[in-house]
Design a protein around this ligand. Structure first.
Ligand code: AMP
Ligand code: GLY
Length: 426
C-alpha cells in the first residue's frame, strides 16, 4: 500500500516509525514531516493547513490510505475531502471532530446523554459570562469554545482573574474566533489521566492509558505547553476505573455520536479526571496525543496499520492488539524559551549515540536537515527521547541516560517526568 501521514511532529514520527515497519506498507510519504521522519518516509513539504495541497499530493502519488495526525486539518474537514475523492482515511469527519473542535458541543452532548463531566454554562457575550462567574464557586474554569492549540483554558482562583480571562478571550480575542463563545465550568479535583480508544463508528477497541506533563517547569510549574513528557501505562488507571471509563464515558459517547448522525471514526483521546466519585470527562481530542502517541507506539507489539485501516473500514470488531508488558516514557527536549520565544536552527549532536542505547528510540518533533546533513532545531518541542523498561522507573533511567548523550546547549527538558507514578510506587 501507498500511505500518507499528515503532520510533522513527534506524534507523526512515531506513527511513521510503526507504519514503516508494517508488511502492508509499500511506500510511505509524510507531509510535511521532519528530519527524523525522513529516515523512514519520503517527506513532502506541504503544510498541515494546505488542504488543497494534501488532496493534490494524495492523488498525484496514488495514495491508498491517509493517516491524519493533528486536529486542525480534521476540524477543517480534510478527512471528508479525501473520502469524497475515494481515498481511505484514518481520522474523523469534520462533524465528528466537533468533539474537540467545540467544547460547547461536547458539553451539550454530555448533558444530553448523561456522560459524567463538570457542571457548565455556555456563554456568548462578556456581560453574561461575567455574571455567570459571579454566581460560580472558585476556582472556576474558563474555556474558549474553539481550537486554541491547548492554550484556551484558564483556571481562575479569583473573580478578578476570571473576568480578565473573559476579557482576554472575548474582547481582546486572544485566541481569535475560538473565543467568540465560552464554556465556563466547575473545577474538578483529582488525578488527571488520558485514555485512548480506536472507534470505527460503532465498535470500540480500547488502547491504553497515559499521563502527560503539560507545564514547562518541574513540579507542574510555569506556563502550559503542548506537553513536556508522557508515560504509559498510568497506574491511576486501574482495571476497575478503566471499566467505568468505558461503560460510563466512551461507550455512551460513541452511541451518542452515531445516534446524532455524526458517527466517530478515528482515535478518541479522553482527557479524564479521576475524582472521589469516579472518572469524569474533562475533554475529548479526536487524534492521538503528542507525546502520548510516542509511548503508546513503543508499547504496542502488534502492527498498527491494520488497526488504523479497520478503524476506517468499520471492522474493528474483528481485531485484537497485543501490547508489551513494558512501560514506556518519553522526555520532550524543547528549545530554551519555549513555550515563549525561542531560537530556531540550532545544531543538535549526539543523536546516534543516544539512539544506540538499549530500548531507546529518539523521535523528532521539530527538526530539519541542514545543508551539510546535520540536524537543526526547527520548532519549540524538538525531540522526544523515549524508552521502555519493565517498570516506569527503569524506562525513566534509560530515557534520561539518552538525554544526557544529546549535545544541544540551546535545549532543555524537565527532569521529573512520571513523578506521580513513581511517588505512588514509593
Ligand atoms: P483542556 O484544554 O480542556 O485539556 O484543558 C487543559 C487543562 O486544564 C486540562 O488538562 C486540565 O489540567 C485543566 N482543566 C480543564 N478543565 C478542568 C476542570 N473542569 N477542572 C479541573 N481542571 C481542568
Ligand atoms: N499532550 C497533549 C495533547 O496532545 O493534547
Amino acid at each position: 500500500m501507498k500511505i500518507l501521514v499528515v503532520g510533522g511532529g513527534g506524534r507523526e514520527h512515531a506513527l511513521c516509525w510503526k507504519i514503516a515497519a508494517s508488511p502492508l506498507c509499500g511506500k510511505l510519504y509524510c507531509a510535511p514531516g521532519n528530519a527524523g521522519i525522513a529516515q523512514v518516509a519520503e517527506c513532502v513539504d506541504i503544510g498541515i493547513g494546505d488542504l488543497d495541497g494534501m488532496i493534490a499530493l494524495a492523488k498525484d502519488k496514488d495514495i491508498d490510505f491517509v493517516v491524519i495526525g493533528p486536529e486542525a486539518p480534521l476540524v477543517a474537514g480534510l478527512a471528508d475531502r479525501l473520502t469524497e475523492q475515494g481515498i481511505d482515511v484514518f481520522g474523523p469527519s469534520r462533524a465528528a471532530a466537533m468533539l474537540e473542535g467545540s467544547k460547547g458541543f461536547l458539553k451539550d452532548l454530555c448533558a444530553k446523554y448523561d456522560i459524567p463531566t463538570a457542571e457548565y454554562g455556555r456563554l456568548a457575550d462578556p456581560k453574561s459570562a461575567k455574571s455567570f462567574v459571579r454566581e460560580s464557586d472558585l476556582p472556576v474554569v474558563i474555556k474558549a469554545d474553539g481550537l486554541a492549540a491547548g492554550k484556551g483554558v484558564v483556571i481562575a482562583t479569583t473573580l478578578a482573574e476570571a473576568e480578565a480571562a473573559i476579557d482576554a478571550m472575548m474582547v481582546e480575542k486572544a485566541h481569535g474566533e475560538a473565543g467568540t463563545s465560552l464554556v465556563i465550568e466547575e473545577f474538578l479535583e483529582g488525578e488527571e489521566v488520558s485514555f485512548f480508544a480506536l472507534v470505527d463508528g460503532h465498535n470500540i477497541l480500547p488502547l491504553a492509558s497515559a499521563q502527560d506533563h503539560k507545564q514547562a517547569g518541574e513540579g507542574e510549574t510555569g506556563p502550559n505547553t503542548g506537553g513536556m513528557g508522557a508515560y504509559s501505562p498510568a497506574p491511576v488507571m486501574t482495571p476497575k476505573i478503566q471499566t467505568r471509563v468505558m461503560t460510563e464515558i466512551i461507550e455512551p459517547t460513541v452511541r451518542a455520536m452515531a445516534g446524532e448522525g455524526q458517527a466517530f471514526r478515528g482515535v478518541l483521546y479522553a482527557g479524564l479526571m479521576i475524582t472521589g466519585d469516579g472518572p469524569m470527562l474533562i475533554e475529548y481530542n479526536v487524534r492521538f496525543g503528542d507525546p502520548e502517541c510516542q509511548v503508546l507506539c513503543l508499547r504496542l507489539e502488534s502492527d498498527l496499520l491494520p488497526a488504523l485501516i479497520a478503524t476506517s473500514a468499520g471492522t474493528l470488531d474483528s481485531l485484537d492488539l497485543k501490547w508489551r508488558d513494558d512501560s514506556a516514557l518519553s522526555v520532550v527536549m524543547a528549545a530554551r524559551g519555549y513555550p515563549g520565544a525561542y531560537e530556531k536552527g540550532t545544531r543538535i549532536r549526539g543523536l546516534d549515540k543516544a539512539a544506540a542505547l538499549d530500548q531507546v528510540t529518539v523521535f523528532h518533533a521539530g527538526t530539519k536537515t541542514g545543508p551539510g546533513g546535520e540536524v537543526l532545531s526547527a520548532g519549540g518541542r524538538v525531540l522526544n527521547v523515549t524508552a521502555t523498561g519493565r517498570t516506569i522507573g527503569e524506562a525513566k533511567t534509560r530515557a534520561y541516560a539518552a538525554v544526557d548523550l544529546i549535545d544541544w546547549p540551546e535545549g532543555f527538558c524537565r527532569r521529573d517526568i512520571a513523578w506521580r507514578a513513581l511517588a505512588r510506587h514509593n
